[in-house]
Design a binder for this molecule. Structure first.
Ligand code: HEM
Length: 505
């Protein structure tokens, strides 16, 4: 009996050893194949243990310079190893970028999941069928008719902003640009996403909700450079991790309250319009339709709407995607115009012509297409200071790039991003360029949904600002840039009232 038992045990042990050896052999084969495939892409030599990890100078101006040098050195694509097992292929040419952007390959979970506790499985992070369905459901929220109706809300937020600029012009004081612009951008998205009037431009970060919304993206970006804290449990053990999750709860609680209140209003409106027919139905339509109305009423072809959690995720996604990027774009546009007074003067002349003999400072829908030079300046800002500097995808299948195979499971980076020169965006210059050469809003099926919303907002606020003020940089302040296109030192400038200044607003 003992012999049988020991024979069985020996057989099991041999089986286990063989199985492990087989697995290890397969892993080694796969690893060697991966190394061979990745080595076809040009690369800098790396260390056996940490690859090219220590060659990047980090999130600083130097880091930005390093990235530009790598693009110049490897103008189509190159590879780096982040440690011994983790290769990344970086695409730097419109042709190579196109290969990936034309597909719906999912976002890489390494980077994007840092935002998951806040924005959940909303459009920015979701993939597959869920993303496809929800992108279709949300598309009406970005229809031109809806975007047109938002201009009124944007003008109202700009009224408050201009009043603040007027005050600081009177006091002749320099102010930090990102922080003031952020409050304007938040005000716009809160009004448009769920008609939420927070007074945030006055209260600033005294408002707990605003404090949380401002802190969350900054904390997520900081965590990005601390890979040892990528695990949620480990992150939660740190004070900043606990603060991050607390802010997430605060933001979710406000979103849920707003959603619940709007549900009641929608039920009441449906009830009213049913009972009182067209007269009251028309009255109901007087209220602005905002993103939240569309999220709450959207139905797919099976008549299924979004679940409460999906609605909250989309609200939080729109809030993040809709304010952080526009803050960056407006701030750098102000910086670039202040840095180039002759270009600023040309924009002012264009806006003055448009606004001549007008009583109101409001920018109306038809105005947006009548500011070609300002539009070129905005595009040039988005190219030079692209708010999103790179996009990541995780391949689900072997993919041919530039004649070489990048294996499934590999991470691919797409860089989005010299002298401020708006003329490169004249119609003739633009038509000669590949559509994948200028992609601040990405391109293909996963391109930015809020592109027109954002450009309208940027154009409106710059036109109104330039009509009334001249932007002047603080000569004693050095503006530093980083790879996430925020400035660690901020931008300091003052506004000088122009002769066009009336007693309004
Ligand atoms: C200057 C402003 C903006 C820039 C530069 C920008 C840029 C981008 C980029 C590069 C992506 C692709 C991200 C990726 O693939 O990982 C993206 C996605 C997205 N953006 Fe924007 N964005 C801006 C403003 C907005 C605004 C105002 C909204 C909403 C109101 C918005 C909503 C979205 C959404 C929902 C997605 C996800 C689309 C999808 O995956 O299907 N964005 N944006």
């Amino acid at each position: 009996m003992a012999i049988i038992l020991s024979t069985v045990l020996s057989l099991v042990a041999v089986g286990v050893v063989n199985f492990c050896a087989f697995k290890i052999l397969r892993a080694v084969q796969r690893y060697r194949k991966l190394c061979r495939q990745i080595s076809h892409f040009p690369h800098d030599p790396g260390n056996v243990f940490w690859g090219n990890l220590l060659q990047h100078p980090g999130p600083s101006e130097e880091g930005l310079r390093y990235q530009r040098e790598m693009v110049a050195k490897y103008p189509r694509a190159y590879s780096v190893w982040l440690g011994p097992f983790f290769p990344v292929v970086l695409l730097t040419h419109p042709d190579t970028v196109k290969t990936i952007l034309r597909t719906s390959e999912p976002k890489s979970h390494y980077t994007y999941s840092l935002f998951k506790p806040w924005i959940g499985d909303g459009l920015l992070l979701s993939g597959g069928q869920k993303w496809e369905r929800n992108r279709c459901l949300l598309a009406p929220a970005f229809h031109l008719d809806i975007l047109r109706s938002y201009l009124d809300k944007k003008n109202k937020a700009a009224d408050v902003f201009m009043k603040k600029l007027k005050g600081s012009a009177k006091r002749e004081e320099y102010f930090e640009v990102f922080s003031v612009v952020r409050m304007f951008a938040l005000d716009v998205i809160l009004r448009c996403a769920f008609s939420y009037d927070t007074d945030c431009q006055q209260l600033g970060e005294q408002h707990p909700y605003i404090r949380a919304v401002v802190a969350l993206p900054q904390m997520a970006v900081k965590r990005f450079f601390q890979p040892w804290l990528y695990n949620d449990w480990l992150y939660f053990l740190t004070p900043s991790g606990r603060q991050f999750f607390k802010h997430c709860e605060e933001v979710h609680a406000v979103a849920e309250e707003i959603i619940a209140k709007r549900r009641e209003v929608l039920v009441d409106e449906a009830f009213l319009s049913q009972r009182l027919n067209s007269e009251n139905a028309d009255n109901c339509k007087q209220r602005y339709v905002d993103f939240l109305d569309i999220l709450l009423t959207a139905k797919d072809e099976d008549g299924e709407g979004l679940t409460p959690l999906e609605i909250r995720d989309e609200v939080d996604t729109l809030l993040l995607a809709g304010h952080d990027t526009t803050t960056s774009a407006i701030s750098w546009a102000m910086f670039s115009l202040a840095q180039h007074p002759e270009i600023q003067a040309s924009c002012q002349a264009e806006v003055d012509d448009l606004m001549a003999d007008r009583q109101s400072d409001d920018i109306v829908w038809e105005d947006l297409s009548k500011l070609p030079y300002l539009t070129m300046c905005i595009k040039e800002t988005l190219r030079l200071y692209s708010p999103v500097t790179y996009i990541q995808r995780e391949l689900t299948r072997d993919t041919e790039i530039d004649g070489h195979t990048v294996p499934a499971g590999c991470i691919v980076n797409i860089g989005i991003y010299d002298e401020f020169q708006p003329e490169r965006f004249t119609e003739e210059n633009a038509s000669a360029r590949s559509p994948y050469a200028f992609i601040p809003f990405s391109a293909g099926p996963r391109a930015c949904m809020g592109q027109h919303f954002a450009v309208n907002e940027i154009k409106l606020v710059l036109a109104r600002m330039l009509h009334r003020f001249t932007l002047v940089l603080d000569p004693n302040h050095k503006v530093e840039k980083t790879i996430v296109m925020k400035s660690p030192t901020g931008i300091r400038m003052k506004t000088v009232a122009r002769l066009t200044e009336k007693s309004t607003p």
